[in-house]
Design a protein around this ligand. Structure first.
Ligand code: MG
Length: 171
């Protein structure tokens, strides 16, 4: 039961995840959450760090696709400068969005990773799909109101997880 919430890896932020790390684990496609993973939830625009990270992945042939619970409009606004493909209304923790991305972009589960800042949505959806996952810390500390509720439960789950899996720690 608790294993549903267990991320494969935990890495401080998405920009610290190098193409080499991904390739070393046979990953050639990244599905990423949008808010507080790729960009701050309250920001419309990306950053230099995001620009560089995307360029670096492109150089190594790693595909990046946004899989977000947010609306088409919000995602479009956030990624328009980067020509990123995306799946809106992914309904994480359900597997709908991830499955759609796998199908639409002809991806293999074993070569794909889901990156996100929430155990309750991103990690659970990835685990339910049999896709590996990377938990990152949220880019900004405060959250949208609906995320605040998830964070409350996340804290409880995290306490149990860290007891059961003492090897689980931030890289
Ligand atoms: Mg998020």
């Amino acid at each position: 039961m608790l294993s549903r919430f267990k991320p494969t890896w935990m890495i401080g932020d998405i920009y610290s995840i190098s193409p080499q790390f991904l390739l070393d684990h046979n990953i050639n496609c990244v599905l990423t959450d949008l808010d507080n993973t790729l960009v701050p939830w309250n920001s419309k625009n990306g950053s230099r760090a995001l620009h560089d990270w995307l360029a670096e992945n492109k150089k190594f042939g790693i595909k990046v696709i946004v899989v977000s619970n947010n609306s088409h409009k919000r995602i479009q606004k956030a990624v328009q400068d980067y020509e990123l493909p995306f799946v809106p209304r992914a309904m994480k923790p359900l597997t709908i969005g991830i499955r759609q991305a796998l199908k639409q972009f002809h991806l293999k589960k074993r070569n794909t990773v889901m990156i996100g800042d929430q155990l309750m949505t991103d990690v659970v959806a990835a685990n339910s799909c049999g896709v590996r996952s990377i938990l990152v810390k949220p880019l900004v500390r405060d959250d949208a109101w609906n995320t605040t509720i998830n964070r409350y439960f996340e804290k409880i789950v995290w306490n149990k997880l860290s007891k059961k899996y003492p090897d689980l720690h931030w890289k």
